[in-house]
Design a protein around this ligand. Sequence first.
Ligand code: AGP
Length: 608
Amino acid sequence: MCGIVGYIGNNQAAPVILDGLARLEYRGYDSAGMAVFDGEKLNIVKAAGRLKILEEMTHGGSALKGCVGIGHTRWATHGIPNEENAHPHFNENETIAVVHNGIIENYIFLRNMLQKKGYQFLSETDTEAVVHLLDYYYKGNPLEAIRKVLHRVEGSYALGVIFAEHPDQLFAVRKDSPLIVGQDENGCYIASDVPAILKYTRKVTYVDNQEIVRLRGDHMHFYSIDEEEIQKESVMIEWDANAAEKGGYEHFMLKEMYEQPKAMADTLLPRIKGQDVVIEELNMTDEELASIRKIYIVACGSAYHAGVTGKYVLEGLSRISVEVDLASEFRYRNPVMEEGAMVIVISQSGETADTLAALRESKKRGFRVLGIVNVVGSSIAREADSVLYTWAGPEIAVATTKAYSTQLMALYLLALKFAKVKKTVTDQEFPGLLEDLKKLPDQIELLLSNKNPIQRFANRYIGAKDIFFIGRGIDYAISLEASLKLKEISYIHSEAYAAGELKHGTISLIEEGTLVSAVVTQPELYAKTISNIVEVKARGAFVLAVTNEGNFEIEKAADYVIYIPETNPYFSNSLAIIPLQLFGYYVAVGKGCDVDKPRNLAKSVTVE
Ligand code: AGP
């Protein structure tokens, strides 16, 4: 996903912009650029490749003089990653420059219209249509030109805009793609996300949809698309700057794996009152909760996998029927939804376009939407009817670990809350379930402390062609996540299968030495999954089993066994995923992959 940084103040802009863009690298990108006003004209420098190239071209920014500028890291959507397609884009006489995150959906229409009016396009991007449209409407008043453009463009955008004729101002505009602004004694800042400006200020303001911000060196004003000036509340960012740094770990991903115990405890403990689960953020009475007969969980990627686990746990403990859907499917399949159902959207970033669209579709249909979100103040958090925050802290690595684990914790809490109000769990059973939840952070800590054998085992598979993950029931849900972890950071082909499905086709892929990971944590399914292990072994597979301490029988079938501590079977995913996260991580490290910023991926997919 693209990164935007802008600055106007009494310091040189370019170094501020480069530093901010570097803190947004985790979002994934393939080119970068800056535009800085030097007192006479806009100087624009762009380059394909990593930010380092832009830094070298501008001597760390010192070659670009001026105190107002905008910068961008581009994650290509329209047009290949090259210098022409890199942002900022500019008008013909280079008096207006624009950086953009999002997709202008009617850009072809706009491009054709502008070309008929004589505009020349230098790039293949959708963004370039915006800057020429600004040029078309600009008659000396930047705000008026911006408003006219916003009435013409369709799609999602976070924009940074600079006008050479108004170098005392910088503009930020937002619709659907995230954008924040902040201020300190040295000036005002625009950014796509908090880490870019946290070193300057903790006080940030989230720009809402179709709002325009005019920033000057010492103050800023907010406007709606309909002319009037508006007042905005700021948010104090609580997490510290080094929370967004590596803290001595080789990768953010490893650091965030080791933050899982604290993240789980931070998400759980504030919601435990005595022997009860209290989730005030739900804003629902016990009677309203007890009346829920159907839940739809909608998300993408790992958040979707958390939802699959959530289905098993919610149905198992509260006997509420749960459907889980990929947000990109849900939003277009015109779903048949039961009256009175609750919709739960899950999202770490709170900005995933498909998940946000699913939230809006559900609300349009009159359904109550709960968001399970990690980023405070994000779009999904602000548009959901209620938010159950996962207190994982900032997650920088593209491959989610701690946020995913806290999503599971949030779902466990919901399942227990529903079970309590629906009395589907007895008063005798409830305290034991709570105790099992409270033990999870320490049990995760214990599993993390045992990383060396997993690292050694992982090193055997850095050359693997295919690796499969199988499980039954909730063990299938965790296999989905384990498989995604491996493939998204090591680029090794991997698939997760319901273990009972193997004989319906997949088993034909098993060859001599193929690694198959089998998660076996559900006592009533042990025998069934062990028979699947025997099936794949008979075809030459090497089987890694992840199972409960004490299930030693499995050593007769599996080749390599990792034991996880005893917990309630409904919560076992939180433990089984730990060695499998470590496995994926060490395979990727062994292959020399860019673990925190895997190729082609972005931390938050704010485009369709
Ligand atoms: C998981 O490791 C990936 N980063 C990706 O699948 C991610 O979970 C998905 O894009 C959803 O993101 P969100 O939780 O921010 O909505």
